[in-house]
Design a protein around this ligand. Structure first.
Ligand code: ZN
Length: 279
């Protein structure tokens, strides 16, 4: 599932590929991907509208439109946005089976497609008031310079839930999912099941610094492709080779050599950690 670095990679690539493009036609082969509008109204509000900017909020890709509306795409597990380069040869017809849920024809003849094999992702069209309410319900961005260590420490240490669960709670902190929660807790030597309230201020500062370092390093190589994630041109991310614990249960800890432990006790997600050096 794309987390912050993967979504950031998608948004940056998409901004370069489709900024200032005008949508000339809208096809919605699988209308159940839409949230908040019927297919008819969705199509009517997108036709002859320009995409003015693509960016990321949490694990969502946001397309700003010239009407003031925004398109918010949540890829979840298998969703992806794909479009050819501006100078590319005409696109071949879609492969069979074609998992396109939404296809936006652009004025230069290219098509921006949202494909989703398992169809768990969503596409929502939001007016400015709806968007403001949506974004207000999500926590701060971990790479925002305004998120200082004391602020971070303050809002995680009020919870008695497991620190890993708190890190992944989008209402508290945006964009962190299972991969970067596991990795940052290992880097900061904190056991994933420890109550967030029992993380010290110094440990919280280390955790934020490690999380920021990992997210930035992953963005620099296009994110982590474990299974399905691809960028808008179909490329895989390069960060999987740098993962220290995620997907490595049973292997020796890279820091102390104790075999890495794994369980699914926290929100049913795979937790991998080291009993030897995480407390
Ligand atoms: Zn260890």
């Amino acid at each position: 599932m794309p987390e912050l670095p993967e979504t950031e990679t998608i948004a940056r690539a998409l901004d370069e590929l489709v900024r200032d493009s005008v949508i000339t036609a809208v096809a919605i082969p699988r209308p159940n991907v839409l949230r908040e509008h019927s297919a008819d109204e969705f199509g009517r509000r997108l036709r002859e509208v320009a995409i003015t900017r693509c960016w990321r909020r949490a694990k969502c890709i946001v397309l700003d439109l010239s009407t003031g509306d925004r398109l918010v795409v949540t890829p979840r597990f298998t969703g992806g946005l794909f479009v050819a380069r501006r100078d590319a040869a005409p696109e071949p017809p879609p492969s069979n089976p074609d998992y396109t849920c939404l296809a936006l024809t652009l004025s230069d003849g290219r098509t921006l497609r949202y494909r989703d094999v398992r169809r768990l992702g969503t596409v929502a069209l939001m007016d400015p008031a709806r968007f403001a309410a949506w974004t207000a319900g999500i926590g701060p961005e971990p790479l925002d310079p305004d998120l200082t260590a004391p602020l971070f420490s303050g809002f995680i240490r009020v919870s008695r839930r497991a620190i890993k669960t708190v890190l992944m709670d989008q209402r508290r902190l945006a964009g962190v999912g299972n991969i970067y929660a596991n990795e940052s807790l290992w880097a900061a030597r904190i056991a994933p099941t420890r109550a967030a309230a029992r993380v010290t201020r110094a440990e919280a500062a280390t955790l934020l610094a490690e999380l920021q370092r990992l997210l930035a390093a992953s963005i620099a190589v296009g994110g982590t492709t474990f299974r399905d994630y691809r960028d808008p041109l179909g490329n895989r991310g390069g960060f999987a080779a740098q993962l220290q614990v995620y997907g490595r249960e049973g292997e020796p800890c890279p820091r102390c050599g104790v075999p890495l432990s794994g369980h699914h006790k926290l929100e049913g997600r795979a937790t991998v950690w080291c009993r030897g050096c995480q407390r």
